[in-house]
Design a protein around this ligand. Structure first.
Ligand code: FAD
Length: 365
């Protein structure tokens, strides 16, 4: 891509759903590409984290990828039949989107850290240090997602396991596990989807910390709003946002019903330790296993913001604003994809609000 400008009024970090939504609203507000705003992204190609999703995840098995503002996914991808891989479709859509709106996305550009410049009166600029040079900015919209921060909890014996351990982010196809016993850890949607796939080719054990809560209720907009409101409240208080499933429960779809009848979704409590040839519970019961698949989620990729010291005593970051995206005490910094904006629809809405509030703070509108 073209060389990075030395300064840009607003720097957007990340070109996934959240970063592109923000870019679209910045463009609509009349900011010039380059000196007005730029988007920096770590990946080699468009698509955000979607380009790394496992091959069996299709547009019909994802929850739903909402259209970005101004252009529908269906304009870029024909998915009659619903069999198109999400890892192909969404990158194609984002590529078409970036080019339709001429968005100034620079890639691959990894942001190493963001700090404040030495201020001489007035609010200090941000300095965005990247592996392609520095950019100074008046405002930052951070939209770096979670994919690059897979989370794996610690259990004793972890390093002694003689089999293979991997995370959701490493998963490709179930065939890789044929002939090996797989322990799937985790109570979220990814865990149950991968468990059902893997159980078709080999034996499995499912373990979760809490008893999974299945829900027959359809996922209505009202339930979605109620779930988001809970996460929003946590973020306004500076608590870690928490997972969506902890609020909504697991949807009992037809494939899940079948899997339950087949005994695949028989859940066991968390094991106590990992031993070289399997996992062991506190009563001494052992399950031999050759693979442990950690479907234990992701954390937000915010390490590059460490110099700004955003985390408060609650363990999270206090956000405010109409949809909380603005960092309390750092009015020119917004986080998208954190808490209530951590969904494709939330990213769209968060992008609109973040741009409106940031430009007002910068006195641009
Ligand atoms: P991403 O798509 O992760 O984009 C972040 C971008 O930032 C990446 O391109 C990355 O390279 C870049 N980046 C990261 N760090 C840096 C750095 N330091 N410097 C430069 N660039 C950086 N949500 C839904 O609404 N519907 C679904 O169906 C759905 N399915 C999902 C399925 C899976 C398996 C997972 C894991 C999540 C799913 N989600 C879904 C949640 C979904 O991922 C998000 O809502 C949304 O896609 C995230 O977009 P984003 O822009 O925040 O992040």
């Amino acid at each position: 891509s073209s060389p990075l400008p030395a300064r840009s009024r607003v720097v957007v970090i990340g070109a996934g759903q959240a970063g592109l939504s923000a870019a679209w609203f910045l463009r609509r507000a009349g900011l010039a590409p380059g000196e007005g705003y730029v988007v920096l992204d770590h990946n080699d190609a468009p698509g955000g984290a979607w380009q790394h999703r496992w091959p069996s995840l299709t547009l019909s098995t994802v929850n739903r990828v909402h259209d970005l503002p101004g252009m529908a996914l269906a304009d870029a991808v024909d998915d009659t039949g619903g069999r198109v891989r999400a890892a192909d479709a969404v990158p194609r859509y984002f590529a078409a989107y970036e080019s339709r709106f001429d968005l100034p996305v620079h890639r691959p550009v990894g942001v190493r850290l963001v700090r404040y410049a030495d201020g001489r009166g007035g609010p200090p600029d941000f300095v965005v240090e990247t592996d392609a040079g520095e950019v100074r900015a008046h405002g930052i919209i951070n939209a770096t997602g979670t994919w690059e921060r897979p989370f794996r909890p610690y259990y004793p014996g972890r390093d002694d396991f003689s089999g293979e351990q991997l995370h959701t982010a490493d998963y490709r196809t179930p065939e890789a596990f044929a002939g090996r016993h797989v322990v799937v850890v985790g109570g979220g949607i990814s865990a149950v989807q991968l468990l059902v796939e893997i159980a078709a080719v080999t034996t499995t054990t499912w373990v979760t910390r809490r008893e999974p809560v299945w829900t027959e209720e359809e996922f209505t907009p009202e339930r979605g709003r109620a779930a988001v409101a809970l996460v929003e409240e946590r973020v306004r208080q500076g608590l870690p946002p928490g997972s969506v499933v902890s609020v909504t429960g697991l949807p009992l779809t037809e494939p899940m019903r079948q899997a339950r009848r087949a005994g695949i979704l028989h859940r066991r409590p968390m094991f106590e330790r990992i031993v070289p040839d399997g996992v062991q519970w506190s009563d001494g019961t052992l399950q031999r296993a050759e693979v442990i698949l950690w479907c234990t989620g992701f954390r937000t990729a915010l390490d590059h913001l460490a110099p700004l010291r955003l985390r408060g005593p609650g363990g999270g970051i206090v956000l405010d604003g109409a949809i909380p995206t603005r960092v309390a005490g750092h009015r020119r910094l917004h986080l998208l994809g954190y808490g209530p904006s951590a969904s494709t629809i939330g990213a769209n809405r968060g992008g609109r609000v973040a741009v409106r509030e940031l430009l007002a703070t910068l006195g641009i509108h």
